[in-house]
Ligand binder design. Structure first.
Ligand code: NAP
Ligand code: FE
Length: 363
């Protein structure tokens, strides 16, 4: 059986916000625009969104307090502002962090959630509409029902998933990624690459999506290096944004796996960006899962035209040479945390603590 659900209306292309025929008054009279510190402005997306809101007489308020790996405390503050200003919908502009924050604010405000209730699925029965405007090409959150929000009191990355938080509309304009610095371009592309690979690893893998996966991976391999020396090349930026969208479509159906769970403690405790945390374990994870999905991976590499060896030579270019040499205590506590994470149910095979520790010790 194939079950496929993707309720987001995606507008795609250059200057797509101004040229869409979307009537925002149907979503509400006032919007909370959720952003990070600078990217919404730097990318040009904020000006295009506020312009259309002004034209349609939508009142808007900007909440710009979202930092990387957003915090529970921050989204509660955003929800307060949402209520205070009597907003009817949200627009998340930025990378995964502000868009995920907009998703969280939506359900906190709609269900009057307090404390850690956001992590309790039964408490979430409604949501305010979310509009997403990605300015990175990585997370695919513009088409996923997930939001990654951490609670600093718990000191690990957490999140929640609910079909109610699929954005109702996403505006994907590759021009908004022109301003991305080189390292963030790399890190986010590696995140998209992880999502696509996990579409093969996932226990819920959907072969129906393999054309997206194979093409997305090929596109990243071909476009990442050239875009770094030509950051305002529309076609190359569009390629990466498309691969990221495909990655989002893929994980929205199957969720992520060990590949993502193992990266979370590396981000929390070693400050590795989300994409890089995935990338450093990619080779080992593929080795591990080859016993379950070896034929699918063979088909992937045949499609890409690159051998597995060539793929890893390409991947190693983006990964720092210096070893992490993780301390034993960290490896032990992380392995336990990883074993308990919800993505582990998606692995294509049983994974033992010993196998997780071996991967962490190899870094
Ligand atoms: P991000 O954390 O949103 O942003 C990273 C950095 O990039 C920030 O400094 C940001 O600046 C900057 N930036 C973003 N767009 C820019 C642009 N166009 N020009 C210049 N700078 C720009 O990065 P992300 O990798 O997209 O998101 C990562 C988060 O998403 C993680 O928390 C991850 O766990 C989560 N995630 C969610 C899903 C999902 O389905 N929900 C899937 C995978 C990952 P500002 O601070 O100024 O914004
Ligand atoms: Fe990710």
């Amino acid at each position: 059986m194939i079950k496929y659900y993707m309720p987001t209306k995606v507008y795609w292309g250059s200057k797509v916000i101004a040229s869409s025929d979307e009537d925002f008054t149907k979503l509400g009279k006032a919007a909370l625009i959720v952003t990070g510190k600078r990217s919404a402005e730097l990318s040009g997306a904020l000006a295009e969104v506020t312009n259309i809101f002004r034209n349609q007489k939508i009142e808007y308020h900007v909440f710009d307090e979202v930092s990387e790996n957003p915090e529970l405390e921050t989204v509660h503050r955003g929800a307060e502002l949402f209520r205070e200003k009597r907003c009817g919908f949200l627009t998340g502009i930025g990378g995964g962090s502000p868009i995920d924050a907009a998703k969280a604010i939506s359900v906190i405000a709609a269900n009057n959630l307090t404390g850690r209730e956001i992590y309790e699925p039964a408490k979430i029965t409604k949501a305010f509409p979310i509009v997403a405007v990605p300015t990175t090409s990585g997370t695919g959150t513009e088409v996923t029902p997930y939001s990654v929000i951490s609670d600093k009191n718990v000191s690990k990355k957490g999140g929640f998933g609910n079909p109610l938080i699929f954005p109702v509309i996403s505006f994907c304009d590759p021009r908004f990624t022109y301003s991305l610095p080189e390292q963030i371009t790399i890190d986010t592309a590696l995140d998209a690459l992880s999502h696509l690979l996990e579409g093969i690893y996932s226990r819920n893998r959907c072969e129906f999506l393999y054309p997206f996966i194979f093409q997305g991976i090929t596109t990243i391999i071909r476009s990442l290096e050239p875009v770094l020396s030509d950051p305002e090349n529309y076609e190359l930026r569009e390629n990466l944004m498309r691969a990221s969208l495909y990655g989002g479509i893929v994980i929205a159906q199957g969720s992520t796996t060990l590949q993502h769970s193992i990266g979370y403690p590396l981000t929390t405790h070693y400050g590795l960006s989300h994409g890089m945390a995935n990338a450093v374990v990619m080779e080992k994870i593929m080795e591990l899962f080859s016993s379950s999905v070896g034929d699918d991976l063979k088909a992937l590499f045949t499609y890409t035209g690159y051998s597995r060896e060539e793929f890893f030579n390409w991947l190693r270019k983006w990964i720092p040479l210096k070893r992490l040499s993780l301390p034993e205590a960290f490896v032990d506590s992380s392995a336990e945390e990883i074993m308990g994470s919800r993505n582990m149910a998606q692995n294509p095979q049983e994974v033992s603590v010993r196998e997780i520790k071996a991967i962490l010790n190899s870094l």
